[in-house]
Design a protein. Structure first.
Length: 314
C-alpha cells in the first residue's frame, strides 16, 4: 500500500492543531481509502501547549508522529527535519493553520499518478486578508529575485506541495545551513505542475511572520540563489570611480583656465557623505555573503531534537 507523509511545521499552534487534524482526517477518510498516511508534526520550540496537543493526538492515533526541537530553529529547519524523517512514497508540506487546504490533496495526488509529474505545487492568486503593504513588497520581491536569479521563483508559491520520494531525497541531500526552501524546490528541478487557489485566512491564532521577519527571509532568498548584489556593488563602485576621475579633470582644467580654486564646502561634505554611504552599502552586501559563508563553514546542525514520539512510549 502506498503511503503519503504529511509534514506539519508548528510554532505556537495549540488552537489550530485540533482543527487541522479533524479536517485532515475527514479528507483522508473521504478521498484516500486505499492509501496509508503518516502525520509528522514538528514542534519548533513552541511556547504554548502545542507539544501537549501533539502528544494527545499521538496517543489516540498511531499515524501521528512528532519531532520537538530544543528551541525555535525556524520553519526552514522544521521542514527539513520533517523531510528527513518521512517514510512515505509521497510527501506533502502543510501549515497547521489550514491556509493550505487539505481538500486539494486528492487533486495533487491524481496529477502525480496520472500526468507524470514529480511535484504538484500550490500558489495563491489573491492575497485577500493580507496587509496591502505586505502584498506590495511580496510582488516586488518576486520580480526582483526572478531578474537576479537563474532559477524561477513563482509569485504566490506556497510551501504546500506534494512530492515524489525521488524529489524529496534530492532536497534532503542539500544540507546547507542557510536554507530557502522555495529556491531549493526550484533548484532540484523535476517536473512541476502548479495549482492555483484563492488565499484562505487562518482558522485560529495569529501569524508568526512579521514584516521584519519576512524582510530577513527575502534577503536570505536573494543571497542564497543570486550573486547579483555583489555584481551590483562592483558596478556602483566602478561608476563612482569614473565620476570622481571626471570631476578631478574638471577641477584641474577649471583652475588652469580661470585660476579659480574650487569653493563650496557644503557641496564637498554632501559628496563625501554620498560616497561614504555607497561604500558602506557595498560593504554591507559583501558582509551578508561573508556571514552566510561563516555560518556554513562552522557546520552547525540545522536543528537539535529534544524528543520524539519514541520517547513518549518509554
Amino acid at each position: 500500500m502506498e503511503k503519503i507523509s504529511v509534514i506539519v511545521s508548528c510554532y505556537n499552534e495549540e488552537e489550530s492543531l485540533p482543527l487541522f487534524y479533524e479536517e485532515m482526517e475527514r479528507v483522508r477518510k473521504q478521498d484516500f481509502e486505499n492509501i496509508d498516511f503518516e502525520y509528522i508534526f514538528v514542534d519548533d520550540g513552541s511556547k504554548d501547549k502545542t507539544l501537549e496537543e501533539i502528544k494527545q493526538l499521538a496517543k489516540k492515533d498511531s499515524k501521528v508522529r512528532y519531532i520537538s526541537f530544543s528551541r525555535n530553529f525556524g520553519k526552514e529547519a522544521a521542514m527539513y527535519a520533517g523531510l528527513e524523517s518521512t517514510k512515505g512514497d509521497y510527501v506533502t508540506l502543510m501549515d497547521a493553520d489550514l491556509q493550505d487546504p487539505p481538500s486539494l490533496l486528492r487533486k495533487m495526488y491524481d496529477s502525480i499518478k496520472n500526468e507524470g509529474y514529480d511535484c504538484i505545487g500550490t500558489r495563491r492568486v489573491t492575497r485577500k486578508g493580507e496587509p496591502p503593504i505586505r502584498s506590495f513588497f511580496a510582488r516586488v520581491f518576486y520580480k526582483l529575485i526572478n531578474k537576479m536569479s537563474d532559477i524561477e521563483m513563482v509569485d504566490g508559491a506556497r510551501d504546500y506541495r506534494l512530492m515524489t520520494r525521488q524529489m524529496v531525497d534530492s532536497i534532503i541531500s542539500m544540507k546547507e545551513y542557510n536554507r530557502y526552501s522555495k529556491g531549493i524546490f526550484s533548484f532540484v528541478g523535476f517536473k512541476t505542475k502548479w495549482i492555483e487557489y484563492e488565499n484562505i485566512e487562518r482558522v485560529a491564532g495569529e501569524t508568526k511572520w512579521s514584516f521584519w521577519k519576512l524582510f530577513k527571509y527575502a534577503i536570505e532568498g536573494i543571497t542564497a540563489f543570486s550573486t547579483f548584489p555583489l555584481i551590483l556593488s562592483s558596478v556602483i563602485g566602478l561608476v563612482f570611480c569614473v565620476i570622481s576621475f571626471l570631476l578631478i579633470l574638471f577641477i584641474v582644467i577649471r583652475t588652469l583656465i580661470y585660476g579659480d580654486p574650487t569653493s563650496g564646502w557644503p557641496s564637498m561634505v554632501c559628496i563625501i557623505f554620498l560616497v561614504s554611504g555607497v561604500q558602506l552599502f557595498s560593504l554591507g552586501i559583501i558582509g551578508q555573503y561573508l556571514s552566510k559563508t561563516y555560518l556554513e563553514v562552522k557546520n552547525r546542525p540545522i536543528y537539535i531534537i529534544r524528543e520524539t514520539e519514541k520517547d513518549m512510549k518509554k
